[in-house]
Ligand binder design. Sequence first.
Ligand code: SER
Length: 606
Amino acid sequence: MTTKELKQKYLKFFEERGHAVIPSASLVPENDPTVLFTTAGMHPLVPYLLGEKHPLGNRLVNVQKCLRTDDIDEVGDDTHGTFFEMLGNWSLGDYWKEESISWSFEFLTKELNIPIEKLAVTCFAGDEDAPKDEVSADIWKKLGIKEDRIFFLGKKDNWWGPVGNAGPCGPDTEIFYWTGDGETTSLDSAEDSGQWVEIWNNVFMEYEKTLDGKYVPLKQKNVDTGMGVERTVAVLNGKNNVYEIDIYENLIKKIKEISVSPDENSVRIISDHTRASVFILGDQRCIAPSNVDQGYILRRLIRRAIRKGRNVGITEPFLIGLSRIVVEENFQDYPELNDNQSFIEKYLRLEEERFLKILNEGQKESYKKIENISDLNERVNSSGIEVLKPAKISFDLYQSQGYPIEMFIEDLKEKIQIDEKLADDIEKDFEKLITSHQQVSRKGAEKRFKGGLSDESNEVLRYHTSTHLLNEALRKVLGDHVRQIGSNITPERLRFDFPHEGKLSDAEISEVERIVNDVIEKKLPVNFKIMPQDEAISSGAIHLEGEQYPDQVKVYFIGESLESSFSKEFCGGPHVSNTGEIGAIEIYKQDKIGEGKMRIYAKFKE
Ligand code: SER
């Protein structure tokens, strides 16, 4: 079974059962500051899971590009990766457990021809927040899954969501595929042999976790399922890791061709990180490498790929060549990769040049420092942690110049010939410093990420509607080149990114504020209309350039009617129902965030 076949079969199967195919959303969640990347197909659907009406109805299916970076340092083994595609089907307050489970069973056993003996499932065991899911277990039994292949597990295993601190979530039933040879084992966490591989997850989203940690029933009962494409293709083809499936073939072949001594682990890291970087750079939102947020993750991915490239003996710039394979093989499903190919190559080139410079300059610094070390075993205190002095030196080099620990260790070996044990200890102490530093920044990030659109607090809704007003007002004052290229809302403020050369003058800012506050004062109604995409575009509704939209779209308009509205914009919602609910806002900060890109911050006036 090829990747393409699996995707086609899945979409067709659910289309035949009344599901509308929706395009893959951006890798960067719009209006959701709780996470940096889209980590599951349900992510862009949060407003609809919370009760907003979806323009294509209440049965949806798609293939979503996703990125998970929690295990970024484990990439290279058999199970971890960053970028992947997820198949998903959704019921927005429509069908429930019976249909969902039966269809999953039918798809696996009839369409993919998986023998029932190779399947096992888990269901939610129940706790103080929700009851034991006997209903799902009974449906599985009725379908022919033997009782000893049905396991009940707790929240840690059989509960999904919310994505951030708050939002839709619920118990799930997970489907596992047996990849072992001998007798099957139990799926109870303690006895699980790791030979059962999870391939599908059906979440019954009937709860919303609130910011104060309570689980309250949602307005509607939803089903959210997710199946990892690469992993499923791997098990179906009897492979024990995703790097052996079709989509990696050409990429890996090319890496091996240009390497001198390709070890498996480095080759896998280069392929995963290249694929992820191409999809981030080539995303609808065109993310460039930087030192913050998504841009920072991208930079880490690119730099790690380059470092691994050096490990396997690649001395020339190589990422552009590899990126072309990824674009070539994926642009049919993701046309944005084609549209953004020059952007992808430009930043790969810049980043590769920049990083090679860092490596060369960092090396000079590193040599100098190494010459001055008198005692390799000396211990020093750094922010309350006692570490080996070389670890502290390496940490400082990393912080100031981005010079990697691996390079520093190599320099040490070259200049002083240290043994492996000491090299390990230095690396461990370096990690300690990094972890302690990350904890400090994570605390900051948690504060920053509190809330989100999954948080439908009044503040968030008011800021969301203000964002539409601001978008329109900026266009009126600065020109039609203004469009949203990023947005981020917390209960404390809104942030809006748009293309513009240079900072706004005081007069321009006052004029934008005046226009927005004027509309707020006029107490205009906020409504939406679901309409065909081409009609929506010709009505002049603002939309994201390059974004793939479905045939039917939802347009939010602010004013008495769509025609006479102050602002009309493609958007999933939710919003306040009248601008009078917002209260005056002020722009309190602006930053230039890149070549021709501005970012402004606004909050309610005290
Ligand atoms: N959200 C669930 C997951 O990511 C099901 O789609 O597994």
